[in-house]
Design a protein around this ligand. Structure first.
Ligand code: ZN
Length: 224
């Protein structure tokens, strides 16, 4: 805890002290660039990996970067956060970012390891489709390759769940909101982005900066 207290002290003295105008402007309101949905894992720092500042990202975190599908019985913190970001803040992009070595995904693959954590077990029920896809489609994989594929597949499953949220669906239909599935490899700092054209995750550094998923999909639709 002492590390945190010392950190707050240093932050106030060195960071805020040197950028007083910037921090004062934050009090006037927020216009974040994107809603960033990722895992609670302590090894992920959304602002660090995207090199963004306070005010740039509206962040939603939970174990396994999960988005419960929108139903009257599942309206909770996730649905409210998504609705606020889309309908009130008007973000133009939502990123679901999974990551390598995800403990939640390990638990999903080994349900017997969750016996003493019933809340986690219940929560991971929102990723049941991921578990079943892995069983049906990737039964030849094991170890690290299975975990990596599970992390990737789960971001796509959660992206589909995101599309069930009315606010998201309406903005996507109107061409005002782009959805992205990312995987962060924490041991190298690499970020992989799902490319619908190729049907696979590719290094984000290889993607043209201005390209968006909806543009890609429109291009696919035109080419069919
Ligand atoms: Zn995780």
């Amino acid at each position: 805890m002492q590390k945190l207290v010392q950190g707050v002290h240093n932050f106030q003295m060195e960071i805020v002290g040197a950028q007083r105008d910037f921090f004062r402007r934050l009090a006037e309101g927020q216009t974040p660039i994107a809603l960033f949905i990722t895992c609670s894992d302590s090894r992920i720092s959304p602002n660090l990996l995207t090199q963004t500042e306070p005010g740039d990202l509206f962040i939603l975190r939970n174990a396994g970067n999960i988005v419960p599908p929108y139903t009257p019985s599942t309206i909770g913190g996730e649905a409210a956060t998504i609705e606020f970001a889309v309908s009130v803040l008007g973000v133009h992009d939502i990123i679901i970012c999974g990551h390598s070595h995800c403990g939640a995904m390990k638990g999903l693959l080994n349900p017997e390891s969750l016996k003493d954590t019933p809340a986690v077990e219940h929560w991971l029920g929102n990723a049941e489709a991921t578990r079943r896809i892995m069983k049906e489609k990737y039964s030849d994989l094991d170890g690290e390759r299975l975990l990596t594929a599970t992390v990737e597949e789960n971001t796509l499953v959660q992206l589909e769940n995101l599309r069930t949220h009315p606010s998201v669906r309406a903005k996507v239909a109107a061409g005002k909101l782009n959805l992205h599935a990312w995987v962060y490899k924490l041991e190298t700092g690499e970020v992989f982005d799902f490319n619908p054209l190729e049907g696979q995750f590719v290094p984000l550094s290889e993607r043209p900066a201005a390209e968006s998923e909806s543009k890609l999909i429109r291009r696919i639709e035109r080419s069919i």
